[in-house]
Design a protein around this ligand. Structure first.
Ligand SMILES: NC(=O)c1ccc[n+]([C@@H]2O[C@H](COP(=O)([O-])OP(=O)(O)OC[C@H]3O[C@@H](n4cnc5c(N)ncnc54)[C@H](OP(=O)(O)O)[C@@H]3O)[C@@H](O)[C@H]2O)c1
Length: 315
């Protein structure tokens, strides 16, 4: 009997992994099946994935044995780490190493590592354009992911390095949506100046990853980047105004002001936006829209995403 090729998905109950599991299951006839990794197979989200047809298995990325078992017999593995759960780049590096070793031992045929740039290649630690954070990083939640690329490469894994983009969902869930100013007007405040921010619907990351698994060999050993739109803050605010039925103005917040906003991760995000602003040509160029659409023909533009989600943006 024809055996389906299993794709083991880390973070399956989350944004990236969840999108991938749903994409695999909705393309069932294409020969792949989804194995969803979770620390808690009894959670509501895990049970919902099982109901859709995923094989749900217990795995903790801190526990090498559990990841080895979860990757056993898999054709593919989607590897992602969860910076915002622990704020530790070292933990991301350790978890990336555990997944890479498990993929090697299991003989996985295609690994996708969900990565981001090691910004220290553009802004070395002694460059004072932006502060060094945690002693060893410029953008901690980027740098360790980029540093971990080496771990996958050095093990000789058949890996695709997937450069993801800012989720528009952050306007709903991450407190980055428009805020009411002292003058009563609503402002979308971002430290992007007049530069474009490549961004994407979180759910589309998994759909693009599925496109990469389907194309197989073509992307092994390659770094590819994805985004759904490249828009300036002013363009995003104008689109929000159209969809949300009230005027939203763009406010350019200088990175040094953003870094001082005081919420957990504010410095990291301030540096991140500054990096994206100051290296706009590289950063947008690495995330081509036509290429992203070739992986995922349903790729949403910001306008399409707002049509579905603008009513969920808290104002
Ligand atoms: N927000 C953005 O704009 C953006 C953009 C690009 C990249 N990123 C990166 O995306 C990453 C997060 O991905 P996401 O947004 O898909 O995550 P998410 O939606 O926050 O989901 C996190 C999932 O990770 C699982 N998890 C956490 N710790 C785990 C562990 N020790 N072992 C196994 N599973 C664990 C949890 O599953 P269980 O509880 O079921 O175990 C949870 O469902 C971050 O590193 C972030 O830097 C974010």
């Amino acid at each position: 009997m024809f055996e389906k090729r299993i794709i083991a998905v880390a973070g399956a109950t989350g944004a990236q992994g969840g999108g991938l599991v749903r994409a695999i299951l909705s393309g069932r006839e294409e020969g792949f099946s989804a194995r969803a990794l979770t620390r808690n197979p009894d959670s509501e989200k895990a049970r919902a994935l099982a109901k859709l047809g995923a094989e749900v298995v217990a795995a903790d990325l801190d526990n090498p044995d559990s990841v080895r078992k979860a990757f056993d017999g898999a054709y593919g593995a989607y590897c992602v780490t969860f910076y915002w759960e622990h704020f530790s780049p070292e933990k991301e590096l350790a978890q990336a190493g555990i997944m890479a070793k498990a993929a090697k031992q299991a003989g996985v045929k295609h690994v996708i590592w969900s990565t981001l740039e090691d910004t220290r290649k553009w802004v070395p630690l002694d460059d004072d354009r932006m502060p060094t954070l945690m002693g060893n990083y410029k953008v901690p939640h980027f740098d360790a992911k980029g540093e971990a690329d080496r771990i996958f490469a050095e093990l000789g894994l058949p890996v695709t390095f997937l450069l993801t983009s800012f989720y528009w969902d952050n306007f709903i869930y991450f407190g980055l949506g428009p805020k009411k100013g002292p003058d009563g007007s609503f402002y979308l405040g971002l430290p992007m100046g007049g530069k474009k921010l490549p961004a994407i619907a979180a759910d589309d990351i998994g759909k693009c990853a599925y496109g990469i698994f389907k194309k197989g060999k073509e992307f092994i050993g390659k770094t590819v980047g994805i985004a759904g739109d490249h828009l300036t803050g002013a363009q995003m605010a104008a689109a929000m105004s159209r969809h949300m039925g009230r005027e939203i103005r763009y406010q350019d917040i200088p990175p040094e002001v953003f870094r001082g906003l005081g919420f957990p991760g504010a410095e990291d995000l301030g540096n991140m936006f500054q990096f994206k602003r100051d290296f706009e040509a590289y950063f947008c160029g690495a995330r081509d829209l036509n290429f992203s659409r070739s992986l995922n023909p349903d790729l949403q533009s910001f306008d399409a995403w707002l049509t579905r989600n603008s009513s969920s943006i808290p104002v």
